[in-house]
Design a binder for this molecule. Structure first.
Ligand SMILES: Cc1cc2nc3c(=O)[nH]c(=O)nc-3n(C[C@H](O)[C@H](O)[C@H](O)COP(=O)(O)OP(=O)(O)OC[C@H]3O[C@@H](n4cnc5c(N)ncnc54)[C@H](O)[C@@H]3O)c2cc1C
Length: 464
């Protein structure tokens, strides 16, 4: 454990280097579009807008450096999941949620296409996503999940038994899995760095080390000056609570990861994983993992879920207990990894709206827009959000009418705020304590029923 690097933003940066900083905002200025936040959402938005309308003067303001947030720390699952789809089906009808799902399937392809077109080498491997079950209750949930995904038009998804699952990845005790081709492994930092460089080369102005303190119609205010623009687009995801007036909007939820040393051939022989699928499970406090391009396992899950008062970050530092808990999952999944070194541990924040539904919005009366609340599925969703923001801005400025993307059900969705403290803190910690307890009970129970506490927690929290 002592040789484990803790924090330092993420393993991906330790491997790939923190970029040289771009110049901060030099003073008051104006733009056609001002984007706040230089993660996938902000950068893809700048990319698609500039490609569609090269004459636009676009400025990105980033508090630290592009990719400082979740976009430089995630598990590298580029996949077709989107937070809130089932709720959108209930609110807007099934057909519109099916269209949303189809758009997400296409988004995985679009990210792979755009990265190739722009020569961004992000270690992309299209091995799909494998989600495993290792308890009877998880298997029942897996089957229900599989049927649901098929019903949203994912006819190429496979339900695999224990033997077929082991033929892909030998997860100890796995009794079944569901595999979809709509997923790819990526190197998060290579993608975000490549994207920032591409956007800058297209002529978008990026100012780093420039925190926006307040957003109001046509103004993004920073300590160094104000950017005036008809459109101000907020792309700050898990950091949104730090902006004036946004304290109780999306809750900053922590997710933590570890990366092993590169594993020797004997261990890979015992595990398999030749298809380099991204790997997840059906636990309530779920895990996610990838086999990296240099043959490590990078594995994540929920540590301390939330910090009091919506505090966000200390450059990814992670509690020792969380590192141990993630290591326990690794060794439970792959017993032959018991003696291996954990090279790095880190954490980051994702944005969780009160109803757990991702949204993309442009308020036409003020020119204020935002996208996010992706919960744990933002790598692909940020790209769909960005193309949608492009269409909304172009529609509002009279460049074209509504498009397929502007009519998807997550557009202009409204959600209520989170409860004030201490209720927010108590609520989230109780929720995750309930999930962890439910996972423990399901590990020893023989029943296929989902633990009742977890079902109740889902209902109370608004998660399902
Ligand atoms: C550990 C972890 C693992 C994850 N794994 C996956 C995964 O495998 N697959 C998946 O689909 N999703 C995953 N996610 C979620 C996914 O990474 C995010 O949803 C996605 O990166 C969000 O991109 P974004 O651009 O909206 O936000 P971010 O990447 O967080 O970017 C926001 C940016 O805004 C900047 N900023 C914040 N406040 C201000 C301000 N006031 N002024 C100026 N700039 C500001 C920040 O510095 C940051 O660079 C994971 C998240 C975490 C934390």
């Amino acid at each position: 454990m002592s040789s484990t690097i803790n924090g330092g933003i993420s393993f991906w940066y330790a491997q790939n280097g923190i970029p040289d900083p771009r110049e901060p905002l030099p003073g008051d200025t104006s733009a056609d579009v001002c984007i706040v936040g230089g993660g996938y959402t902000g950068l893809w938005t700048a990319y698609y807008l500039k490609k569609a309308a090269p004459f636009l003067n676009i400025t990105v303001l980033e508090a630290r450096f592009c990719g400082y947030g979740a976009s430089g720390r995630n598990g590298g699952w580029l996949y077709n999941g989107i937070a809130g789809r089932d709720r959108y089906a209930r609110l807007h009808g099934r057909d519109s949620a099916v269209r949303l799902q189809q758009a997400m399937n296409d988004t995985v392809t679009e990210v792979v296409r755009a990265a190739a077109e722009e020569d961004i080498d992000a270690d992309i491997h299209q091995g799909g996503v494998l989600e495993v079950a290792y308890t009877p209750a998880q298997l029942a949930r897996l089957k229900a999940f599989h049927e649901t995904e098929l019903s949203y038009g994912e006819t190429d998804r496979l339900l695999l038994g224990a033997r077929e699952t082991a033929g892909r990845i030998r997860v100890a005790g796995a009794v079944g899995s569901s595999w979809t081709p709509h997923g790819a492994r990526i190197h998060p930092v290579k993608l975000v760095k490549g994207l920032a460089d591409t956007v800058a080369a297209l002529g978008v102005t990026i100012h780093e080390s420039t925190p926006v303190t307040e957003i109001r119609p046509k103004h993004a205010v920073t300590p160094y000056g104000t950017v005036r623009a008809p459109y101000i687009l907020r792309c700050t995801e898990g950091f949104t609570a730090g902006l004036k007036g946004q304290k109780r909007s999306w809750l900053p939820m922590n997710s933590s990861m570890i990366a092993t040393e590169p594993l020797p051939k004997e261990i890979w022989d015992s595990i398999g994983w030749d298809g380099r699928e991204t790997l997840g499970d059906m636990a309530h406090a779920y895990m996610y993992a990838q086999r990296t391009a240099d043959d490590r396992i990078a594995l994540g899950g929920r540590g301390i879920p939330y910090r009091y008062g919506s505090r966000t970050d200390n450059d990814g530092r992670t509690q020792a207990a969380t590192i141990e808990a993630l290591r326990d999952i690794l060794v439970r999944f792959f017993p032959t990894t018991a003696g291996i070194r954990i090279d790095h541990a880190w954490s980051g924040v994702l944005g969780v709206p009160r109803d757990w539904c991702a949204t993309v919005t442009l308020d036409r009366s003020t020119g204020l827009g935002w996208a996010g609340g992706y919960v744990g599925s933002g790598v692909a969703t940020a790209n769909l959000a960005a193309r949608t923001l492009r269409d909304l801005v172009q529609q509002d400025s009279g460049q074209h009418g509504p498009t397929e993307l502007t009519t998807l059900p997550w557009v202009n969705h409204k959600v209520r705020k989170w409860e004030p403290e201490p209720f927010r803190w108590i609520g989230v910690h109780t929720l995750y304590a309930a999930y962890r307890g439910a996972d423990r009970r399901e590990l020893t129970a023989r029943t296929t029923d989902t633990d009742r506490v977890a079902t109740l927690a889902d209902k109370i929290s608004g998660r399902h």
